[in-house]
Write a protein that binds this ligand. Structure first.
Ligand SMILES: Nc1ncnc2c1ncn2[C@@H]1O[C@H](COP(=O)(O)OP(=O)(O)OP(=O)(O)O)[C@@H](O)[C@H]1O
Length: 438
C-alpha cells in the first residue's frame, strides 16, 4: 500500500482538474427537449417518450491527485458520464472542463487536442492492438502524438517496468493473461502521460485475486505518479477501496458524493444505505473511526491506588497508563495492581505491562481482531508522537466488524469486566489508605 494511504494523508487536494457542471445526456431524437424538461423539474419517467435520460444534471469536481470513483448499478449512467468527460459522447447540456479547457461544445480538432494532452482511458476489455507487441501497444499513444520511435520505446519500456511487465515487452497480447493484458492497458494510458486517467470498469473482467492485486497497484501508481483518476465501477468494495471520494449514481442522477467513510457511516438516503449495507466495513473503517475517547486511561502519577480506584469506579479490569505528553506506557490489570498494593508497591510504572497493543489511527479495522484476541487488552490508538488518542475496547471492535452500529458506548463498560470482587478492592483501598494518599 502506498505511503500516503498508509499514513492516511490525502494528496494535495486544492486544485480542480476535472470540473463538471449540470451535465445531462439524453439519448433519443428529442434529446434537447427532454433535457429542457428535466432542467425544469421533470422526472426521468416524465421524459421517457422523448428519450432515455442516461445522465441528469451531474455536477462535481475532481481534484489533482484524487481517485474519484463513480459507482452505481448497471444502467445508472456511469459509462455515459465518463464518456462525456473525454468527449467520446456529446453532452445534451451542461459543461465539462479538464485542466480549465472545455471538452463540451468544442470543435473536433480542439477536442482531439484536449484528449491527446489531457485524458487517457482504460477500458474493461483492454482494447489492445492484437498484432502489436506489448511494448508497441504501450507506446501507441506516443506514436499518435508523433513522438520519435526510439524515444517512445524508451518511455514505454519505463512504464512497462512500472506496471510489473518487465521481460514481456516483445510478446503479443494473446500470450498474456487477462490481468497482464490489463496491465498493458494501464501502461498504455500512463505512457501517454496525460494528467487525467479515465477507467471504465477497468478491473471488472479480472479474477477476484488479480483484481485485488490490480487495485493495490493502481493505488501505488497513483501515489507515485500523482495522476488524477476517475474510476467507474459497480462494485462497492472496489469503490470503497480505491476512492478518495465516491459519487453514487442512481437512474442517471448523482445521489451522494463523499469519502468512503462518509458514504458508509452517513448515507444520504435509503438507497445509498441499502447499497452499502453489504460492504466489507473492515476494509473501509479505520481505528480512528471506531475508537473511543481514552476514558480508560490514567497518568502514571495517580499511583497503584488511583489506578485501582478508577478501575473499580468504571467497573473494568484493565487500564492504559500514560506518561509525560500523554504517551502510552502500557497497561495494568486490576488483579496485579491489587496484589501490588497489598505488597506496599507505590510506583504504578513498575506494574505496567508494556506489551499492550498500539496502532496508528489509520490502521484498517481488518488488521485489528488478531491484535485484540492475542493481547486480551484494549487497543491503544496512538499518534505519531506516541500520544494516546483513543481506545478500542474489544467488544466495540466486534460490534464494528459485525456491521452493528459503532455508537456503542455502553459496550465499553462490559468489555473487560472486573476480574476481582469490588468489595475486596474497596477493603484493600481502605486498609492501605494513608492520610495524604490520592
Ligand atoms: N447509445 C445509447 N443509446 C440509447 N440509450 C443508451 C445508449 N447508451 C446508454 N444508453 C442508456 O442510458 C442508460 C445509462 O447507461 P450507461 O451504460 O451509462 O449505464 P452504466 O451505469 O454504465 O451501466 P453498465 O454498468 O451496465 O454499463 C441506460 O438506460 C442505457 O440503456
Amino acid at each position: 500500500m502506498s505511503e500516503s494511504r498508509a499514513t492516511g494523508e490525502r494528496p494535495a487536494v486544492d486544485e480542480t482538474v476535472v470540473r463538471v457542471e449540470h451535465l445531462t445526456k439524453v439519448f433519443g431524437r428529442r434529446a434537447r427537449e427532454a433535457a429542457d424538461r428535466l432542467a425544469s423539474g421533470a422526472s426521468r419517467d416524465d421524459v421517457a417518450k422523448l428519450g432515455t435520460a442516461a445522465v441528469i444534471d451531474a455536477s462535481f469536481e475532481v481534484r489533482r491527485g484524487e481517485i474519484f470513483v463513480v459507482m452505481g448499478l448497471s444502467g445508472s449512467g456511469k459509462s455515459t458520464l465518463i464518456r462525456m468527460l473525454n468527449g467520446l459522447l456529446d453532452a445534451t447540456s451542461g459543461t465539462v472542463e479538464i485542466e480549465g479547457e472545455r471538452v463540451t461544445g468544442v470543435d473536433p480538432k480542439r477536442l482531439r487536442a484536449v484528449r491527446r494532452s489531457q485524458v487517457s482511458m482504460v477500458f474493461q476489455h483492454f482494447a489492445l492492438l492484437p498484432h502489436r507487441t506489448v511494448l508497441e501497444n504501450v507506446a501507441y499513444g506516443l506514436e499518435i502524438q508523433g513522438v520519435e520511435r526510439a524515444r517512445r520505446l524508451e518511455l514505454a519500456r519505463d512504464v512497462v517496468r512500472r506496471v510489473g511487465l518487465e521481460g514481456w515487452e516483445q510478446r503479443l497480447p494473446s500470450e498474456l493473461s487477462g490481468g497482464m493484458q490489463q496491465r498493458v492497458g494501464i501502461a498504455r494510458a500512463l505512457c501517454a502521460d496525460t494528467p487525467v486517467l479515465l477507467m471504465d470498469e477497468a478491473f471488472s473482467a479480472l479474477d477476484p485475486l488479480i483484481r485485488r492485486e490490480m487495485q493495490e497497484q493502481l493505488v501505488e501508481l497513483q501515489a507515485e505518479l500523482g495522476k488524477t483518476i476517475v474510476f467507474i465501477t459497480h462494485d462497492l468494495n472496489e469503490a470503497m477501496f480505491l476512492g478518495d471520494r465516491i459519487a453514487v449514481m442512481r437512474d442517471g442522477r448523482i445521489v451522494q458524493i463523499g469519502t468512503p467513510e462518509e458514504i458508509l457511516t452517513d448515507p444520504a438516503n435509503d438507497y445509498v444505505a441499502q447499497f452499502v449495507q453489504d460492504v466489507d466495513r473492515t476494509r473501509v473503517l479505520t481505528a480512528a473511526s471506531v475508537m473511543e475517547p481514552p476514558a480508560a486511561a490514567v497518568p502514571v502519577t495517580v499511583g497503584p491506588r488511583g489506578a485501582l480506584r478508577t478501575m473499580r469506579d468504571m467497573q473494568i479490569s484493565g487500564l492504559l497508563v500514560t506518561g509525560t505528553g500523554r504517551k502510552v506506557l502500557g497497561a495494568v490489570k486490576d488483579r496485579d495492581v491489587l496484589r501490588a498494593i497489598q505488597r506496599g508497591v507505590a510506583d504504578l510504572g513498575s506494574l505496567v505491562d508494556t506489551s499492550v497493543p498500539t496502532v496508528a489511527p489509520d490502521t484498517s479495522l481488518s488488521d485489528l481482531p488478531e491484535i485484540a484476541i492475542t493481547s486480551g487488552m484494549p487497543i491503544a490508538v496512538v499518534g505519531e508522537d506516541g500520544r494516546l488518542l483513543g481506545v478500542i475496547p474489544r467488544v466495540l471492535l466486534l460490534a464494528a466488524l459485525g456491521n452493528v452500529s459503532t455508537d456503542t458506548s455502553e459496550f465499553a463498560v462490559v468489555d473487560m469486566p472486573p476480574a476481582i470482587d469490588p468489595l475486596l478492592v474497596t477493603q484493600t483501598l481502605d486498609a492501605t489508605e494513608v492520610p495524604d494518599a490520592r
